[in-house]
Design a protein around this ligand. Structure first.
Ligand SMILES: Nc1nc2c(ncn2[C@@H]2O[C@H](COP(=O)(O)OP(=O)(O)O)[C@@H](O)[C@H]2O)c(=O)[nH]1
Ligand SMILES: [Mg+2]
Length: 195
């Protein structure tokens, strides 16, 4: 496993708190509990860089991390952190709309999906959002350890179809055991070098 230098850069509730830098930024989006923060930690081989699990507070902000002085990863809150709450969906929109629309550093979206679940309406909107804003999209199914190989393949196929994304642009990981990280890194590097 490679060594990554990763450090927290900023946490932002508003645009004026976005950090200034000239690196390409990659945002990790997905529903609450999909495994966004765990994936970020696994990618940089750290256990507690991004907050995981039920940590209230910081998980409602955009959290920015600089990796190897090469990329910035943005950990976004889950859509509707208080599950099904209309208010939290609006709050999510207020936080994310300007970020998607105005953030010039933003180059790619990693859509984080629980391999066991059907994509939500918000996942579908996220793909549309990314396409509208000409951002590269990489879909990562987490928690592959919870499914058999056959189940995983079926789920990946069904999720890809639902999101109208190419099935081979899907990766599957187990962030707890840090499996599948090299493939995600390859895709990130490939995606950003094409930009
Ligand atoms: N078994 C397993 N659990 C995972 C995996 N990724 C995340 N989790 C667990 O799922 C929960 C939510 O993860 P978290 O990263 O906080 O999700 P977030 O809300 O999307 O940032 C935590 O309890 C994690 O330990 C995975 O690949 N496999
Ligand atoms: Mg999180």
């Amino acid at each position: 496993m490679q060594y990554f230098e990763a450090k927290w850069l900023a946490s932002a509730a508003h645009q004026d708190q976005w950090p200034e830098h000239d690196l390409p930024e990659i945002v990790f989006v997905g529903r609450s509990n999909a495994g966004k923060s765990s994936l970020i930690n696994a990618l940089v081989n750290r256990n507690r860089l991004a907050y995981t699990g039920k940590t209230p507070g910081k998980t409602r902000l955009l959290n920015f991390f600089v990796v190897n002085n090469q990329f910035v990863f943005t950990d976004a809150p889950g859509y509707g952190y208080a599950v099904g709450s209309r208010h939290s969906l609006i709050e999510f929109g207020i936080l994310m709309e300007p970020y998607f629309a105005k953030r010039e550093n933003l180059k790619a979206v990693v859509l984080v999906l629980d391999a066991r679940r059907k994509p939500s309406e918000e996942d579908i909107s996220m793909v549309e959002y990314a396409k509208t804003n000409h951002l590269a999209i990489l879909a990562v199914c987490t928690k592959k350890d919870k499914l058999s190989y056959g189940q995983l393949k079926n789920q990946q196929f069904a999720i890809a179809k639902e999101l109208k994304l190419n099935a081979n642009s899907f990766l599957a990981v187990d962030s707890l055991k840090k499996q599948g990280m090299d493939e995600v890194w390859d895709k990130i590097n490939e995606t950003l070098s094409l930009k």
